[in-house]
Write a protein that binds this ligand. Structure first.
Ligand code: ADP
Ligand code: ZN
Length: 618
C-alpha cells in the first residue's frame, strides 16, 4: 500500500468544517444534514445516520475525523472497498491508511507505527481485525477521534449482508465509552434500523434521517416483449459507451447476455458467484478501472461497488422485493448526475418468483410475508401513478407530488375499466380446464386458427373468438396483470398453465371491478434532462464543442489513471469534468473553483487538465 507522501500532508485539526470541505474536497457547500451531523460529532455526540446511497455519508465522518485531534477509525466490511476509499482520500491529500488481511505483516506494522505516531487522520479497518486483542490494544494506545461504522446494516442477522463480526462491535461502546461513534447505512427498512440501534448500543445516539429519494435516477419499467433487443435498444440509444449494470436472475443468463452483447461489439462482462475467483476479480477490476463497461451480473455483484459513475442499472428479471429493487437501482448515479433504472418484466417472472416462494422451506408466516412483498413489487410494476411515489411510500416516505422523472410521469399511462375483459379472460381459463398457458388462451380469445386449438376442439367453446376487441398483445397484458393481481395463478408444475385463484370468483360474479393499465403503443424513451448541480455560475458561456471537450477530458483522465494504476473516478468524477466543461477554467485559480478540485488535486492534476481545455480555446 502506498503510504507515499503521508508525512507531507497538512493537519486540519481545529479548522472549520466548511474550510476543510472547500480546501480539501473542493466542494462549495454542504448537503442536507451533512453539516449538522459533522457539528454533532465534533461536539462529541454519537450519531446514527440514515442516508441513501450517494447521499454523501463519507464526509460526515471524514471531516470530523480530520478536525478532531487524533485519528478516526472506520469499520468497513469490504476489503476491496477499503482500499478504494483510502486511495481516494490520499488523492485528496488526506492522511489515510487501512489495516486488513490484504497487507503483509511488514506493511501492517508500518501502518500501526504511524497510527501510534499520531499522524493519521483516518484508519480504515476490517471488523474481524478490529476485534483482535492486538488491534484493540493498539487503539487504546493511540489517540482516537471517533469510530465510524460504515454499512451498519451488516449487523442485521436478517439481511443478506450480515457479517458476524459486526455483532461484536458493541465492544467499542464498552471499551471506548468517551469516543464518539457514528453508524451509517443506506438501509431503508424499519426493523433493520431498530436492530442496528440495539446491537451497536446506540440508544443515546442522535438519529439523522434524510429522505430516501434519489431524484437523479429515472425509473422506468416496461413489459418484456423481446428482452435482448429491448436491452440493446436501451444501451445503444441512451448509454453508448457508458458504464452500467445489467442484473439477471440466473448465472447462465448473465453469461449468455454478456456474450451476446460482446459479439455485437459492446464491452460487456459477466459476473456471478459461480465464476472462478480470479475471473470475478478481473471483471470487477475492469468495471472499476475502465470507462464504459457493462457488467452483466447476478445480485452477487453490487454490495461495495462504490463506482460513482454507474449510469444505469437494468433489470432483465424481477428483483426479489421492492427493497431489493431500491438497493440495486441505487447503485446508479452516486455522483448525482442523471442515471437510469430500467426494468423489463413479464408474466414468466411472476411465475418464477411465485414458484420459488411456494417451494421455499420457510414456515407459513414467512411465506405470507414473502407473498406480500411480491405483491408490492408487482404493484410497482403495474402502477399507473408515479413510480417514485409508489416506491417511496413503500419505504415509508411520502412524496407529495408526482416526480416528473419516471416513465409514468413523463408519459402518463391510461388505466381502463377492464372488468369485462378480465371476466372473459378468466372464463376462458375456466372453460379450458385450468391447464393452458397464456399463448393458447390468447389464441382462443382472438379466434386464431391453430392446430392446437383445433386438436383440443377449443374453436367450439363459447370463449372462442369472443375477444376481438383487443389485440393479442393486449390480451397478454391482461393475463399478466391478472396474475400480478393474484386473480389467476401460474402452475409451474403443469407447464405454466393458468388456474383461478379464490379471488377470481368475485370478478366472474361481477362483484369486483378490475382496473387495468393500458400498454403504451411503443417503448417509452423519455429524454434526459439535466439537473442543476451544486455548482457555481460559469465563467464562460456554453460552447458548441462541449461534448468534444468532455470526451477529451475523459481521455486525459484515463491516461493519468492508467499511469497511476487507479480507477479514473478516483482522479476526478464525471461531475467534476462536466463542471470543467461548464466553467472552462483558464488559470489554476479558476480551476480551483471547479467542484471536486481541492488543493491537492489542483496541484497534482490541475495543469494536465488546463492544457486540454486550452486546446479548445478559440
Ligand atoms: P454515500 O457513502 O452516502 O453513498 P458518498 O459519501 O460516496 O455517498 O458521496 C457520494 C458523492 O457525493 C461523492 O461523489 C461525493 O464526492 C459527493 N459529495 C458528497 N458531499 C458533497 C457536497 N457537499 N458537495 C458536492 N458533492 C458531494
Ligand atoms: Zn414519477
Amino acid at each position: 500500500m502506498p503510504l507515499l507522501s503521508l508525512w507531507d500532508e497538512e493537519s486540519h485539526v481545529g479548522k472549520e468544517p466548511e474550510e476543510v470541505l472547500r480546501s480539501v474536497f473542493g466542494y462549495s457547500r454542504f448537503r442536507d444534514h451533512q453539516e449538522e451531523i459533522i457539528r454533532h460529532i465534533l461536539a462529541g455526540g454519537d450519531a446514527f445516520v440514515l442516508m441513501p446511497t450517494g447521499g454523501g455519508k463519507s464526509l460526515c465522518y471524514q471531516i470530523p475525523a480530520m478536525i478532531r485531534p487524533g485519528m478516526g477509525v472506520v469499520v468497513s466490511p469490504l476489503i476491496a472497498l477499503m482500499q478504494d476509499q483510502v486511495t481516494a482520500l490520499q488523492q485528496f491529500g488526506v492522511r489515510a491508511a487501512f489495516l486488513n488481511s490484504s497487507l503483509t505483516v511488514d506493511e501492517a506494522s508500518r501502518v500501526e507505527k504511524i497510527a501510534l505516531e499520531g499522524t493519521l487522520d483516518l484508519l480504515y479497518i476490517a471488523p474481524e481485525r478490529l476485534m483482535t486483542e492486538r488491534a484493540l490494544e493498539l487503539l487504546e494506545s493511540c489517540s482516537v477521534s471517533l469510530f465510524a461504522i460504515d454499512e451498519a446494516h451488516c449487523v442485521s442477522q436478517w439481511g443478506h449482508d450480515f457479517r458476524a463480526e459486526y455483532l461484536q462491535l458493541s465492544v467499542l461502546y464498552s471499551r471506548f465509552p468517551d469516543i464518539p461513534r457514528i453508524a451509517l447505512t443506506a438501509t431503508a427498512d424499519g426493523p433493520t434500523r431498530r436492530e442496528i440501534v440495539e446491537r451497536l448500543k446506540l440508544q443515546d445516539a442522535r438519529v439523522f434521517v434524510t429522505g430516501f429519494d434519489r431524484p437523479n435516477i429515472r425509473y422506468r419499467i416496461a413489459s418484456k416483449t423481446n428482452q435482448k433487443q429491448q436491452l440493446l435498444d436501451f444501451l445503444q440509444a441512451e448509454h453508448p459507451g457508458e458504464a452500467g449494470i445489467v442484473y439477471c436472475l440466473s448465472r447462465r443468463k448473465t453469461e449468455e447476455i454478456a456474450d451476446w452483447l460482446s459479439s455485437l461489439g459492446l464491452e460487456a462482462l459477466p459476473y456471478h458467484a459461480g465464476l472462478e475467483a480470479d475471473v470475478r476479480q478481473r471483471n470487477q477490476g475492469r468495471f472499476l478501472k475502465e470507462d464504459g463497461i457493462v457488467m452483466v451480473a447476478t445480485i452477487a455483484f453490487g454490495m461495495g461497488i462504490d463506482k460513482p459513475d454507474v449510469r444505469f442499472v437494468a433489470h432483465m428479471d424481477l428483483p426479489k422485493s421492492v427493497e431489493a429493487y431500491y438497493q440495486e437501482t441505487g447503485r446508479a448515479g452516486r455522483d448525482g448526475l442523471p442515471a437510469d433504472a430500467f426494468m423489463l418484466y413479464g408474466l414468466s417472472d411472476v411465475a418464477v418468483l411465485r414458484q420459488l416462494m411456494d417451494k421455499s422451506e420457510a414456515d407459513e408466516q414467512h411465506k405470507r410475508l414473502e407473498q406480500r412483498k411480491l405483491n408490492a413489487l408487482l404493484g410497482l410494476c403495474e402502477t399507473t401513478s408515479c413510480r417514485r411515489q409508489v416506491l417511496l411510500q413503500y419505504l415509508g416516505e411520502e412524496l407529495e407530488n408526482p416526480c416528473g422523472n419516471c416513465d409514468t410521469c413523463l408519459e402518463p399511462v391510461e388505466s381502463w375499466n377492464g372488468t369485462k375483459a378480465a371476466q372473459k379472460a378468466i372464463y376462458c381459463v375456466y372453460q379450458t380446464g385450468q391447464m393452458f398457458g397464456t399463448k393458447h388462451l390468447v389464441g382462443i380469445l382472438t379466434g386464431k386458427d391453430s392446430d392446437k386449438i383445433r386438436q383440443w376442439k377449443h374453436d367450439r367453446i363459447s370463449a372462442y373468438s369472443k375477444g376481438q376487441e383487443l389485440t393479442e398483445k393486449e390480451w397478454s397484458s391482461v393475463y399478466r396483470q391478472l396474475v400480478a393481481m393474484n386473480l389467476l395463478a401460474v402452475d409451474m408444475d403443469r407447464h405454466g398453465g393458468l388456474r383461478l385463484t379464490p379471488d377470481a370468483r368475485a370478478v366472474l360474479q361481477g362483484s369486483r371491478e378490475v382496473w387495468l393499465r393500458r400498454e403504451p403503443k411503443r417503448e417509452r424513451r423519455p429524454r434526459a434532462k439535466a439537473k442543476a448541480g451544486e455548482t457555481a455560475p460559469a465563467f464562460r458561456d456554453a460552447q458548441p464543442d462541449d461534448n468534444a471537450l468532455f470526451e477529451a477530458l475523459r481521455a486525459r483522465r484515463l491516461e493519468l489513471a492508467r499511469e497511476a494504476g487507479l480507477p479514473p473516478y478516483i482522479i476526478f468524477h464525471d461531475s467534476t469534468l462536466q463542471d470543467m466543461v461548464r466553467l472552462r477554467p483558464a488559470t489554476p485559480d479558476e480551476m480551483g473553483h471547479v467542484a471536486g478540485v481541492g488543493k491537492q488535486k489542483l496541484e497534482r492534476y490541475g495543469e494536465a487538465f488546463l492544457q486540454v481545455i486550452k486546446g479548445f480555446e478559440r
